[in-house]
Ligand binder design. Sequence first.
Ligand code: ZN
Length: 387
Amino acid sequence: MLEAQWNYPTAITVAEHCSDKLAQYCQEAGISAPLMVTDPILADSKMVRNALGACRLSGLAIQLFSGVQGNPTGQNIETGIRHYLEGQHDGIIAFGGGSSIDAAKAIALAANQSLSLWEFEDKGNNWKKADTDVIAPIIAVPTTAGTGSEVGRAAVITDEEHQVKKIIFHPKIMPVHVLLDPTLTTALPQPLTAATGMDALSHNLEAFCSPSYHPMAEAISLEAMRMIMHYLPVAYLDGDNIQARTHMLVASTMGATAFQKGLGAMHAIAHSLGAVYNHHHGLLNAILMPYVLAANQPKINEKMGRLGRYLALTQPNFDGVMKWILTLRQELNIPHTLADIGIDSQQAQRIGEMAASDAAASGNPVPFTATQYTDIFNRAVDGTLTN
Ligand SMILES: [Zn+2]
């Protein structure tokens, strides 16, 4: 059995059933009245009922807020803040997938500030406007292995009014304790295992390709990609495989640790598409991945060689990595084109402009223009991978 306690990049407990001790970890973090933030589907699940029951038995004044939708909105955060303040809570349990964890982080940041949530958009030094003393401590319990939001210092929230996804950032919204319990992810259906797993891969791959100098992040991303190569297909085919589920949870946290180095064009386009079409973020990244790699090829040949050698691919170069990714997508039944999930080219120009101005675009190895982003998007709609 894989068990570990790490303190980098925050306190992380990895063990089967470690979430059973949630109440104890709350108490250790000085939280006596936590607000548990989750989505409406998980709210009805046995795992949430069990966690609530155990916390109440331990004397915690815990309450549930389950009004988080996929791609959480500013409205979701406002409602959550109301619950947090009315319940006089002193900390947050982020329980669920990336949407729940992102929403929990945004609530923790903005609940007690005099400024509104959007004032903390990840631009310049906006985060310095926050009063750090009143940011609520968070314990994160991910139930998917993909976003790695549990070790991130940012939250992606949709501004409904302007139909854009905004990145909210503050170093203090990194959860104080993360519980990686693989038993919480065994029930994840195959399509979600695939989409979230490919999101984890896209974080590591984009971080690895990003040209900024960050050798620590680069090393983390390489090993995480090796783990994903071996264990994502296993987790997909055999959901109850605890070892595969554990490795995927850890690879997912590694991805979010690594992408402090930067993300890239997959995320720039996926963020834009997510705001306009509301598709699953991981699925969008999975579909976009080969098209973005192809567009980046002139700048990533050397790195793809290094990645190919580390993964021990028979063809340790760009073509070999591309082949591996296309095969992996097939094994996971990921559609090859955006058209396959109902996205057409009608809004291509707008998507191109949104992607070029997305925060993730700055990490891409090639600084694409809006027109180039439109071209990549159109190729992903049509399935045009080669010139
Ligand atoms: Zn992502």
